[in-house]
Structures are given as structure tokens and as C-alpha cells.
Write a protein that binds this ligand. Structure first.
Ligand code: 13P
Length: 290
């Protein structure tokens, strides 16, 4: 029996009450457990997300589903948890839904809008069959994610946003100058004019990808203007790597039984847990579940 929920109610509620649901990409089993336990500790709804790269790393769609669904059950997680497939092609979204993912993001942003629109439409009907939710994307998010490199930032078009809303997508990822990965030192700001316009015209939950390294005031302003889901991965990966590096270079790795891979991983997970708390606080998602 699935313990997972889709993202429909969570993002609607977040949009209405001006906070954002944390979308946390899982990189391995320890990451999944850390994210789920943090969500439970801070009473935050959570979107656990796996990209195609992460899914391949885990061993496949069914493995990801089984791990996340079983963990929710065995760890007695009571807050709402969605399992979301991140940046899927049409075929990948179908496979994720068949395996039991409760939500998918179809990334048709590099297609012509007509193709993006038609594929989104078909996936919406498939999602209905599985009681799953669908996130679509318009514009283009810059940077690289799991080997998928975008040629640059293409700012979203409001007319396309309206058409996607009318199709009935549950959340819409917008390209507003956001980038996956590290932001270059020359990067100035999110494009709030475009965000405000899309929000005014669409009045629906919007999604900010590339949520790592954006100044806090900009995240908060984006949430005020319709962002109801923020995707974070790189920043968590960076604090994990830094903590493990310190564990090794300080010589801690040579003490007691610290050669145990679980202890090495725990050093990173403590840092991930700390940053998750900061992110949940920034997104306003703490204590949203009674
Ligand atoms: P970052 O890795 O830049 O945080 O972006 C994550 C993301 O948008 C996943 O879809």
C-alpha cells in the first residue's frame, strides 16, 4: 500500500498561505532518511525527488519507490510525503508513474512549445489514472543537472504559462533567471517582473528550480509572488562534501572505527540536516502539519 501523496494539496495550500514546499533531491539512501526525518522533526510537508540520474544510481524506478515508500512506513513518518520524478522525458515520466511515483515533472522546455504542450496534455490524463500530480515547465532554466545541460536561461512567456494552467497542470516551473548548480559571481537577481506577471495572470502554484545559493531575501520575495515549491540539491551536496572533507582531513577518519562507511556518511548527513532546517525555515514550511 502506498504511503505517498501527490503534490496537489500541498502546493495549493502553500500557494494560498505564501510559503513553499521543500523539494529535496535524494542522492542516496542516507539522504532519503535524513530528509524524511527532518520533515517529520520540523512538521514540514516534503517532496522527495529523484532525477533520472539518481534513479539510475539507486538501481531503477522500482527501487526508488520501494525505498521511499518503505522508509515512510518504517520510520513512522506522519507528515505528507510526495515522491516526485524530476525533469523527466515523456517516457521517463510514464515509467516513474508505473513504478508508483506520486508525482512527475515533465520537462519539455527544450522542445517547441507545441510539443511541450501536447506531451503535457497526455501526461495529465495519465497522471489522473494514477492519482498523481504533474509539474510542467516553460521557459528554460540554465546550468547543468545530472548531465543535462541547458544552453542558457530563457525567460518564461506569460501566454505559455496561461495555456499550461488551462491544461490543468498542478504546478508550473518557470524560467526567471534561475540556474541549476552554482550561480556565477556575475549573476544578479531573479527576474521578478516576469514572475509577478505570470503570477498575476495565472494565480497558480509556481516552482523555482535551482534553489541553491539564491539570497534569502530573493527566495522570500519569490514566495510572496507565487513560488510554492523550491527545488534544492547543489547546496546540500556542497555542505555534505565539505563535512566529509573535514572528517577526512582532520584525521577523524582514522579514530576508533570511523572507517565504517556509515560513520563517514553520517558526518555529511549532520551537515545536510542542519541546512535542511535552515531551508525549511526560509521557505516557511515548518509546523505546517499539526
Ligand atoms: P540546484 O541543484 O541548483 O539546487 O537545483 C535543484 C533543482 O532545481 C532540481 O530540479
Amino acid at each position: 500500500m502506498t504511503k505517498l501523496v501527490n503534490i496537489k494539496a500541498m502546493v495549493k495550500n502553500a500557494y494560498k498561505n505564501k510559503y513553499a514546499i521543500p523539494h529535496i533531491n535524494i542522492n542516496n539512501l542516507a539522504w532519503t532518511k535524513t530528509a524524511l526525518l527532518a520533515a517529520e522533526e520540523f512538521k514540514s510537508p516534503i517532496i522527495i525527488s529523484a532525477s533520472y540520474g539518481a534513479t539510475k544510481y539507486f538501481g531503477g524506478y522500482n527501487v526508488v519507490y520501494s525505498v521511499v515508500n518503505s522508509m515512510v512506513s518504517d520510520l513512522n513518518i506522519t507528515v505528507p510525503v510526495a515522491l516526485h520524478f524530476d525533469h523527466g522525458s515523456y517516457e521517463q515520466c510514464v515509467k516513474a508513474l508505473e513504478a508508483g511515483f506520486s508525482s512527475v515533472m515533465y520537462d519539455g522546455s527544450h522542445e517547441l512549445f507545441k510539443v511541450n504542450y501536447e506531451n503535457t496534455k497526455e501526461l495529465i490524463s495519465l497522471c489522473k489514472k494514477y492519482n498523481a500530480s504533474l509539474e510542467a515547465e516553460i521557459g528554460q532554466i540554465g546550468g547543468e543537472e545530472d548531465g543535462i545541460i541547458s544552453s542558457g536561461v530563457i525567460v518564461s512567456d506569460t501566454n505559455e504559462a496561461i495555456k499550461m494552467k488551462e491544461l490543468g497542470v498542478d504546478a508550473l516551473a518557470v524560467g526567471i533567471g534561475n540556474i541549476h548548480g552554482k550561480y556565477p559571481s556575475t549573476w544578479k537577481s531573479l527576474d521578478f517582473d516576469t514572475l509577478e506577471k505570470i503570477n498575476k495572470d495565472c494565480k497558480m502554484p509556481l516552482v523555482l528550480h535551482g534553489g541553491s545559493g539564491i539570497p534569502s531575501e530573493q527566495i522570500k520575495k519569490a514566495i510572496e509572488n507565487g513560488i510554492a515549491k523550491v527545488n534544492v540539491n547543489t547546496e546540500l551536496q556542497l555542505v555534505n562534501a565539505k563535512a566529509i572533507k573535514e572528517f577526512v582531513l582532520s584525521g577523524k577518519i582514522d579514530q576508533d572505527k570511523n572507517f565504517d562507511p556509515r560513520k563517514i556518511s553520517n558526518a555529511g548527513m549532520e551537515a545536510v540536516h542542519k541546512l535542511l532546517k535552515e531551508k525549511f525555515t526560509e521557505f516557511g514550511s515548518i509546523n505546517r502539519i499539526k
